[in-house]
Design a protein around this ligand. Structure first.
Ligand SMILES: C[S@@+](CC[C@H](N)C(=O)[O-])C[C@H]1O[C@@H](n2cnc3c(N)ncnc32)[C@H](O)[C@@H]1O
Length: 449
């Protein structure tokens, strides 16, 4: 049964306990017997207790000497406690987490040191009809990560340039496994890496793959993956997703219920167009690989559509002397894909889509849209959404060393900056840093008319 409701037995349930905190605690207690107070203090305490036992009076000079040493040691302990506190706690600013302006002002002072500041420039989020969300938890994601790393290491296409990297491979595998579809449809296969990921998630389930060029063509030049239990509409038999007679094709694959099919799009087509096509056909569960942020990418995405001034974390100010402009210009120095305000805003301050354009088909086509049209698109999307969930980045950039996407426009990562021990324990430290560079807010949506 394909459902995002909670209760997948294979992945265990919702344990958000930090696995490293236990390890840290046990190593701290193992250190305890080795630590002793300074010898002079010991002498003071011993002498003081002896004097209490013998009910003798302590000489005043000796007692003030002891007091001074005790105060000094207490001071040292306080310093140690304070430094540990600063090391293991994150700052908790008293500002709304997704209010871009408030966060911008707050973080301006921190930018010189440039902590990752996840979400500090706003994370627009598509609103769903009933406000439902997914039922997997950060704890589920962490457990699954540990399982996925060794699988990922066996991928046939080790260097999948122009295709999915680690974050999205994990997201696709995790969701396909959790949702347990009876059939998986993929639009945009390239050399077949995502087909391989889907296969790892559901070994017995049939796949339908649509791609203009058959992945087997790539085998002549290097590694590629061709799945033995996949129907390919590719090469000469290629049909675009929007032109397939889906009811007929599903019946041929022994599936009648569209809600048991997972559709994965990595074909760089306008996502509004794909959403409408999928809805018309009757599909319910969709994943979009490249959910590009406003101002970026080669097709109109759900993230762009839902970036609206009325949405928390959404909307932009093209004011050149404003906070957003100032912060963007600083972040540009650190993150390849961060945008300056001039790159974000086109003619007449059009910031929606990409500088006021709705792109499609690898930007082979694009169309200027008015703000009113952009607004209507968002209202339409909201009217058919049951669930909208963006995959978080796998880990913070201080761990992955990725330098491309700007964390200021992303949700908090699964493994937060500073959690080095967890990052290593999950096996993520073994992977080449280049595999963490391709994060573009992969999104899962559940839709209905
Ligand atoms: C970014 S690649 C896909 C990467 C792949 N999913 C992976 O994980 O490596 C985009 C693919 O979409 C294909 N494509 C282009 N137009 C398409 C269409 N209309 N329908 C399906 N695929 C299309 C391209 O030929 C290309 O193979």
């Amino acid at each position: 049964m394909l459902s995002s409701r909670r209760g997948a037995p294979t992945i265990g349930g919702g344990d958000e306990e930090d696995p490293t905190s236990t390890a840290d605690a046990s190593s701290a207690s193992a250190e305890e017997p080795k630590t002793h107070p300074p010898a002079t203090l010991t002498a003071c305490l011993a002498s003081y207790s002896r004097s209490l036992l013998s009910r003798s009076t302590i000489p005043p000079s000796f007692s003030s000497h002891c007091l001074a040493i005790s105060l000094f040691v207490a001071f040292l302990f306080s310093l140690l406690a304070l430094s540990l506190l600063l090391r293991f706690t994150r700052p908790v600013p008293c500002i709304p987490p997704y209010d871009p302006l408030a966060r911008s002002v707050h973080f301006t002072r921190r930018l010189e040191g440039l902590a990752s500041d996840f979400g500090s420039l706003g994370v627009p989020w598509c609103r769903s009809k009933q406000g439902r969300s997914v039922d997997w938890t950060p704890g589920d994601l962490i457990k699954a990560l540990e399982e996925f790393v060794p699988i990922y290491e066996t991928r046939p296409i080790q260097n999948n340039m122009y295709g999915m990297g680690f974050d999205h491979s994990f997201g696709l595998w995790f969701m396909a496994r959790w949702l347990k579809p009876d059939l998986m449809v993929e639009s945009g296969a390239f050399k077949g890496h995502s087909t391989w990921v889907l296969r790892q998630a559901r070994p017995e389930v049939k796949i339908i793959s649509l791609s203009p060029r058959h992945p087997e063509k790539y085998l002549k030049k290097g590694p590629a993956y061709v799945d033995p239990n996949c129907t390919y509409f590719a090469g000469k038999t290629f049909v675009d997703f929007g032109s397939v007679e889906w009811r007929k094709v599903l019946v041929q694959h022994g599936v009648k219920d569209f809600s048991k099919v997972l559709v994965f799009f990595d074909d760089h087509q306008n996502e509004l167009k794909r959403l409408k096509q999928a809805l018309k056909a009757g599909f319910r569960h969709l994943i979009f690989e490249d959910n590009y942020d406003t101002g970026t990418g080669d097709h109109y995405s759900l993230r762009q559509i839902c970036d609206q001034s009325y949405v928390r974390g959404g909307g932009h100010s093209c004011f050149r002397d404003g906070d957003e402009a100032r912060i963007r210009s600083k972040r540009k120095k650190f993150w390849d894909k961060a945008l300056e305000i001039d790159e974000l805003c086109g003619k007449e301050e059009a910031w929606w889509g990409v500088r006021g354009y709705m792109r499609d088909d690898f930007n082979h086509s694009n169309k200027a849209i008015s703000y009113a049209e952009h607004f209507q698109n968002s209202r339409f999307v909201e009217s058919v959404l049951n669930v909208y969930w963006e995959l978080p980045p796998v880990a913070g950039p201080s761990l992955t060393h990725q330098t491309r996407y700007d964390p200021a426009r992303a949700t908090d990562p699964i493994v937060e900056d500073g959690r080095y021990a967890l990052f290593q324990r999950l096996g993520l430290g073994k992977l080449d840093s280049s595999v963490f560079n391709g994060y573009t807010q992969m999104v899962y949506v559940e839709i209905s008319p």
